[in-house]
Design a protein around this ligand. Structure first.
Ligand SMILES: Nc1ncnc2c1ncn2[C@@H]1O[C@H](COP(=O)(O)OP(=O)(O)OP(=O)(O)O)[C@@H](O)[C@H]1O
Length: 685
């Protein structure tokens, strides 16, 4: 067996389980080993009964007052007893475990660990595990891996498979060059793999994790440098000239560009009319006005007789951009035809669109992934812009590039990464920053509240709607779930419909809806036919409805701060004062502290840094900054220091005259090749 062996070579894995693993992206033994735990379960500190709340998993220290009782109810044997801890009496119950009566004795100190409930004000522990004090202390060192699961694939199955894979594989060859491993004090690869899955204790797990995060960043940086070298060798062949038309368009806009927009536009124009291909990242906070820069670049290409294409992550966004660009084309009577290309178009519509694209009749193409499907041929593609670039793999970007004669590439992102990190992460791109918001913006007013504030919030929304504005309400879930206690879009909408006056239209939006339905709802919201939109985070990226003035986020504690900032960015996009209501469910105090950061500031960069500071280096498994920069194990914010080290190491490597041919680099070379072909395309950067 080796890392490329199929999973069916492991005992107990048949075709059915193999398919389940494939669903989570694991198709061979090597991939199984890098299917890292999402977090680890630990046994917490021993608590005083007073501090234990309903639903909490708790450890209590004490003694049983008398022998346990056994009772038969129908087919079940119920063992129960009264446990005294810190002078409080706690009712303990076990089901079908009669042997406990002879093993658990009165007057002997134990630690009981299990889920607590409050019944008639009395604390109850059901099915707790029983430990001696020393045993419990030992268990506290122990970390149990928690894997990301999918329906049908249990934690036990994954754990068993990983254990087998670790045992059956011969000792793994070290993947890093020895000089790098010793200079950066990194654990051995084999040790790291074992300890990340089944750590002996927290310290070992941290050592393992550091090593694996380092590997991931180091390979990524080397791969990016390789891409950059490839790109740099490409002079452009489009002969794009500056044209008066773009200045005219700027002059005729309904607003004047901010200083930052002007500066970035100059950078784009200089790139596109220069000698070499553009590869530029346009970074700017939510609502900073990146879209118009993309449109200007498309107009510059079209004005020079070339095609340009804007690729976005959702249909809703594609439609929105299409409408906005058509508005410009109409209002300013521009001689261009813009084409929309999305997955939900009918075969006939697509065929016709493709015809206009290949003939060159359409100069501007806006769409989702559909824009780079194999069938689509461009006449003369000179510019590719990806919006919210982290939603696309680097390879996907390349495959679109391949359709043209190596076009200019521009990438737009609202992810607030500090510049030092951005330089490393986007090593293959030049960076422009739109670091100024349009002058007409009033900062969003925020409040952090618990659920008791809801009636007030609804009255406030009602008032805003009466003033002609609109509101978003975000819920984390689509439908009600038994396992997760959080608000869901569907029941919330129903509740709200009966709470708000009849003349306010409330609708919902979520990712599981058909694209056409989503577009329909979004369009109705844009036209203010819907006043309150209850939605999941599908609206997080780029949606622009300047008339919306309230963003209310339910279960705000379930989102990362950067994501909350993105969501809040959907309001405050016009002249009106806007409001963000962050409503938290459980875990009040801890949550409140985190949310206060958002309350204090509307600046994405500040928020990302504060989030990092607040979490601190020890908190490795806090809420991930979901949706962005999805590495397998590394987190660019949290592991910023490792990222820096990996960057230094990549520099060392590239400067070594024996790289890449030297024998120390043999395995690295292989891995890099694999990485360039596989992981880079799946990495959502
Ligand atoms: N200089 C400006 N003055 C006034 N309004 C502007 C200016 N530039 C852009 N806008 C308007 O601001 C709103 C937000 O701009 P845009 O959609 O481009 O933001 P963005 O940078 O793409 O943000 P996000 O990342 O949140 O999508 C739009 O309605 C746009 O028309």
């Amino acid at each position: 067996m080796n890392t490329l062996s199929p999973l069916t070579e492991l005992k107990g894995i048949g075709e059915k389980t193999e398919k389940l693993f494939a669903k989570v992206g694991v198709t061979n033994v090597g991939e199984l080993l890098s299917y890292y735990p999402r977090t680890y379960e630990t046994y917490g500190e021993i608590q005083k009964p007073d501090a234990v709340t309903d639903g909490m998993t708790a450890a209590l220290y004490g003694q049983f007052q008398g022998p346990l009782a056994v009772k038969r109810v129908k087919n079940m044997q119920i063992v129960s007893g009264v446990f005294e801890s810190d002078a409080q009496k706690i009712r303990i119950t076990w089901y079908n475990m009669p042997y406990l009566r002879s093993t658990v004795r009165a007057g002997v100190p134990y630690v009981l660990w299990g889920k607590a409930a409050k019944k008639n004000r009395q604390l109850v522990l059901e099915q707790p595990a029983v430990f001696s004090f020393e045993e419990y202390h030992r268990m506290r060192q122990h970390l149990k891996p928690v894997y990301p699961l999918t329906e049908g694939l249990s934690a036990k199955t994954i754990e068993k498979a990983v254990r087998q894979a670790l045992e059956s594989l011969p000792f793994f060859k070290e993947t890093l060059p020895p000089a790098i491993r010793s200079k950066y004090h990194l654990a051995e690869y084999h040790f790291a793999l074992e300890q990340i899955h089944f750590p002996e204790n927290r310290e070992q797990m941290l050592l393992a994790r550091r090593r694996l995060v380092f590997d991931e960043f180091y390979l990524f940086i080397l791969a990016l440098r390789q891409l950059k070298q490839v790109n740099e060798r490409n002079p452009q062949r489009f002969q794009i000239q500056k044209i008066p038309l773009t200045d005219q368009i700027i002059a005729n806009l309904s607003f004047s560009l901010t200083g930052a927009q002007k500066k970035v536009w100059q950078e784009i124009e200089r790139d596109m009319t220069g000698d070499y291909l553009m590869s530029r990242l346009i970074q700017g906070d939510v609502g900073s006005g990146k879209t118009i820069l993309a449109f200007l670049a498309l107009f510059l290409a079209a004005g020079n007789g070339w095609q340009g294409c804007l690729m976005v992550p959702t249909e809703v966004l594609a439609v929105q951009h299409m409408e906005a660009i058509q508005k410009q084309i109409c209002e300013q009577k521009l001689p261009f035809y813009a084409e929309l290309l999305t997955g939900s178009m009918t075969a006939k519509q697509k065929r016709e669109a493709c015809g206009r694209i290949v003939s060159g009749e359409s100069q501007i193409i806006i769409g989702t992934h559909a824009v780079f499907q194999e069938k689509i041929q461009y006449k003369n593609l000179a510019l590719v812009i990806t919006d919210e670039q982290h939603r696309f793999g680097v390879r996907q970007r390349e495959s679109l590039s391949e359709k043209g004669d190596m076009p200019h590439v521009m990438v737009m992102s609202a992810t607030p990464i500090p510049r030092t990190l951005a330089v490393i992460l986007y090593g293959d791109l030049d960076i422009s920053v739109v670091n100024e918001l349009p002058a007409n913006r009033l900062p969003v007013k925020n409040c952090v509240v618990d659920t008791s504030y809801r009636p007030k919030a609804y009255r406030f929304i009602e008032k805003q709607v009466k003033m002609g504005h609109q509101a978003y309400i975000i819920c984390p879930m689509v439908e009600e779930s038994e396992q997760i206690e959080a608000e869901d879009v569907i029941s919330y909408t129903e509740k709200l419909r009966s709470t708000l006056p009849q003349d306010i239209t409330v609708s919902y939006l979520h990712g599981k809806m058909k694209p056409a339905k989503k577009n329909e709802i979004m369009e109705a919201f844009v036209k203010n036919e819907i006043q309150v939109l209850v939605s999941t985070t599908v609206i997080e990226v780029g949606v622009n409805v300047p008339n919306a003035s309230v963003m209310m986020i339910e279960n705000a504690e379930r989102f990362g701060l950067a994501q909350l900032h993105q969501l809040r960015g959907r309001v405050g996009r016009g002249d009106a004062q806007s409001y963000c209501i962050l409503c938290y469910g459980k875990d009040g105090e801890k949550t409140k502290k985190r949310l206060e950061i958002l309350n204090k500031s509307n600046d994405g960069f500040y928020i990302a840094n504060e989030d990092l500071r607040l979490r601190g280096p020890g908190d490795l498994f806090g809420i991930r900054q979901s949706g962005e920069l999805a590495f397998r194990i590394g987190d660019v914010f949290q592991d910023a220091a490792i990222l820096q080290e990996a960057n230094d190491a990549a520099n060392d490597t590239l400067q070594d005259p024996s790289y890449p041919e030297g024998k120390d680099y043999a395995i690295l070379r292989q891995n890099l090749e694999k990485y360039m072909y596989k992981d880079l395309c799946n990495l959502n950067l």
